[in-house]
Ligand binder design. Structure first.
Ligand code: DAK
Length: 182
C-alpha cells in the first residue's frame, strides 16, 4: 500500500501509525482520515498485533482539521461528507489504541487523540480546542469526550476560551493518561 499522509510500521506486536503531513503540521484532511482507517483495518486483521499507537511528529501530533481543505466547503458538503463516520470508526476499534502526543494537538488533532484509549503526552505537548478562533465548533467529539473527561466547566473553558494548555495542565484536568519526557 502506498501511503500519502501516514507511515505504517509494525514493531514487536505493536502497530505504529505516524501522521505524515509535515508541511501542514499533520492537519487532518480527508485523505489522512481515510488512510488512518485503512491502516487500522489492516492492523486489526493481524493476529500478531496486540495494540496500536498513533503518533505525529515532534512539532505536531496534529494542528487540527485541515482549515484550507474545509474553507471552501458549504454546509451540505460538510453534512454529507463521511468525515464524521470515518472519525467515529477510529474510536470503535477493538484493539487498544494509544495516542503518543508530542507538540501541537489542537482542534481536530486534540479530538483525534481523544479517540484513543490511552493518551501519553510529551512534556512540551500543547493541547487545545481553538476552533472558536476560526468561527466553528469542535465538531469531532470534544464537546462530549472532554465533558466526560474533565467535567462541564473545565471543558467549556477550554472550548470557549480556545487557549492551549500544557501537558501537565492536561494531565491535571484528566485529558491525558501520562506525561513523559520528550
Ligand atoms: N490546517 C491547515 N494547515 C495548517 C493547519 C491547519 N489546521 N495548521 C497549520 N497549518 C499549516 C500552516 O498554514 C503552514 O502552512 P504554510 O503557510 O507554510 O503553507 C504550516 O502548517 C506551518 O504552520 P505555521 O507556519 O502556522 O507554524 P507555527 O509554528 O508558526 O504555528 C500553530 C503553529 C499550530 C500555532 C499554527 O499553525 C496554528 O495556529 N494552526 C491552526 C490551529 C487551529 O486553528 N486548529 C483548529 C482548526 S479547526 C469536523 C470535525 C472536526 C473539526 C471540524 C469539523 N466535522 C466532522 C464536521 C475540527 C476543526 C478544527 O480542528
Amino acid at each position: 500500500m502506498q501511503w500519502q499522509t501516514i507511515l505504517l510500521e509494525q514493531r514487536n506486536g505493536v502497530g505504529l501509525i505516524t501522521l505524515n503531513r509535515p508541511q501542514a503540521l499533520n492537519a487532518l484532511n480527508n485523505q489522512l482520515i481515510v488512510e488512518v482507517n485503512q491502516a487500522l483495518d489492516q492492523l486489526e486483521k493481524g493476529p500478531e498485533i496486540g495494540c496500536i499507537v498513533i503518533t505525529g511528529s515532534e512539532k505536531a501530533f496534529a494542528a487540527g482539521a485541515d482549515i484550507k481543505e474545509m474553507a471552501d466547503l458549504n454546509f451540505p458538503q460538510i453534512y454529507l461528507d463521511d468525515f464524521f463516520s470515518l472519525a467515529d470508526r477510529i474510536a470503535q476499534r477493538r484493539k487498544p489504541l494509544i495516542a503518543a502526543v508530542s507538540g501541537y494537538a489542537l482542534g481536530g488533532g486534540c479530538e483525534l487523540a481523544q479517540h484513543a484509549d490511552i493518551i501519553i503526552a510529551a512534556r512540551t505537548a500543547r493541547f487545545g480546542q481553538p476552533e472558536v478562533n476560526v468561527g466553528i465548533m469542535p465538531g469531532g467529539g470534544a464537546t462530549q469526550r472532554l465533558v466526560r473527561a474533565m467535567g462541564y466547566w473545565r471543558a467549556m473553558h477550554l472550548m470557549l476560551a480556545g487557549e492551549p494548555i500544557s501537558a501537565d495542565e492536561a494531565m491535571a484536568m484528566g485529558l491525558v493518561s501520562e506525561v513523559v519526557d520528550d
